[in-house]
Design a protein around this ligand. Structure first.
Ligand code: F0G
Length: 461
């Protein structure tokens, strides 16, 4: 038999009931939420594809590990177990926990900015990373490769840096004004797309040439490593763990939202290769921000669950199924003619709503409009990654136009089954078939910052 998609290498021991409320109730709840899916109550959602962050299922080994959590304020045994796990994976010398990814960012990023106006360069800054760069007085510059904008054409590593642009920015801004280069793996905003080892290595070589520090924003580093194994020449027979080790070997700092490839519901990691001076600065700074350096905002039991989860996320049978699950949903949508970011990445299927609904202008938020239709159709919650998220230009006050209007169907880890993906695909195909009737959105309340979370809308008449 042809093994088209992998079979899950686990079975289900505990279940959580989910419930589909009626269509008229869904219409009512969405209107009450001001047509903003962040304002829905989760009990009104049947299948929740808002995020893969903190929404995964833990294994019985992780739940077991929680029972031996050591809640000591300082020097917790749970910390030392986590430290050992992170050291084994990264080879880095200095490890601190943080309460989640943005906690790690708020501790480390300000230490790297030596004077106002310094920049960070990334393939693509995640929103909170960008926010911490800006809060610390820096500027965030993105240099993603151009292939990532062409959703319909296959390219194996759409998460890559544009190396030429990277070097141009370093030269034009001056190397002493570059606080660091952030390698976001996988590149979330363009579709959970991987960075190739070749590109990763080249970025780090360029950084070394100009004596700039490299920071891995590695929320999904295990998925990225798996893509290198299956898509990059020369890595077919290398283990995912060794691939990850090679990546860590090139960079200087690892910041992780452990809510993704840590397979836990809350947690973060700071790991520094060998810069003791930087570690000491972070150690001082983490105390008032996150907590004492051996807990950094995490309970002892949660550090134990994470120590186990980090290893489970590198299991290749798990990763094969994980990536196949995303690919399966993408294949079903693509077969129906729905434009998606292709190939699918690691944690989500991104629907190209700019292409699906060209009749909706960018400032009426086509992806959010399609997402709302999908909720009404099937009780499925998703998230807009487009012009709504981009906000307004602070100087002109005009809506910024995103390069792409994407709807992210984000896949929680070890949570749903292929039947759920069939249901999601069938629902979205129904929406696709009536796409011409979908109307854009207009604000009834627009929040001044991070507007996608709290603004309210009505559909255009
Ligand atoms: N970096 C990346 C690449 C992320 O995707 C996220 C979170 C963070 C940093 C911040 O980590 O949430 O633990 O503070 N991404 C989530 C998402 C929220 O839905 O994509 P955090």
């Amino acid at each position: 038999m042809d093994k088209k998609y992998a079979v899950p290498p686990y079975k289900i021991k505990m279940v959580e009931p989910i419930h589909l409320i009626g269509r008229s109730e869904r219409e009512e709840r969405l209107a009450q939420a001001g047509y903003n899916q962040f304002a829905l109550k989760s009990e009104d959602v049947f299948i929740d594809l808002l995020t893969d962050s903190g929404t995964g299922a833990m294994s019985h080994f992780q739940w077991g590990a929680m029972m031996i959590g050591d809640e000591a304020y300082a020097g917790s045994q749970s910390f030392y177990r986590l430290e050992t796990a992170v050291k084994n994976i990264t080879g880095y010398a200095y490890i601190m926990p943080a309460h989640q990814g943005r906690g790690a960012e708020q501790v480390v990023i300000p230490q790297l900015i030596k004077h106002p106006g310094m920049i960070f360069i990334s393939n693509m800054h995640f929103d909170t990373t960008r926010a911490h760069v800006e809060l610390a007085g820096g500027e965030a510059v993105d240099v993603a490769c151009k292939e990532c904008l062409d959703t319909l054409t296959y390219y194996p590593f759409k998460g890559n840096f544009d190396l030429e642009k990277l070097e141009k920015v370093i030269i034009s801004r001056g190397k002493d004004n570059v606080a660091g280069i952030i390698l976001t793996v996988t590149n979330n905003a363009v579709g959970g797309q991987p960075v190739s080892m070749e590109n990763f290595r080249s970025v780090c070589e360029i950084a070394k040439k100009y004596q700039i520090k490299t920071i891995i924003d590695g929320a999904r580093y295990a998925e990225n490593s798996y893509f290198i194994k299956i898509r990059e020449k020369g890595y077919e027979n290398t283990s995912v763990r060794e691939i990850a080790k090679e990546m860590f070997g090139y960079a200087d700092i690892f910041l992780m939202s452990a809510k993704k490839d840590g397979l836990v519901n809350m947690g973060g990691i700071i790991a520094i290769k060998d810069d003791q001076d930087l570690f000491r600065k972070c150690q001082t700074y983490i105390v008032p921000m996150e907590g004492f350096p051996t807990y950094g905002g995490m309970a002892g039991r949660d550090m134990d669950a994470l120590a186990v989860g980090l290893d489970e996320a590198l299991d290749e049978a798990y990763l094969e199924y994980r990536i196949d699950e995303v690919r399966y949903l993408g294949d079903r949508l693509k077969a129906a003619g729905i434009p998606i970011q292709f190939p699918t990445g690691g944690h989500a299927v991104f629907v190209d709503c700019g292409k699906m609904c060209p009749h909706i202008p960018y400032d009426q938020f086509p992806a959010a409009a399609v997402g709302n239709e999908l909720y009404i159709e099937g009780g499925i919650r998703s998230v807009e990654i487009g012009s709504m998220l981009m906000g307004r230009d602070p100087i002109s006050g005009k809506n910024r136009q995103s390069d792409m209007e994407l709807l992210r169907l984000t896949i929680p880890r070890r949570v749903y089954t292929f039947q759920h993906w069939d249901y999601v695909a069938d629902s979205l195909i129904n929406v696709f078939n009536r796409r011409q009737t979908i109307k854009g959105l207009k604000f009834t309340y627009e929040s001044p910052v991070l507007r996608h979370f709290t603004s309210r809308f009505v559909p255009m008449p």
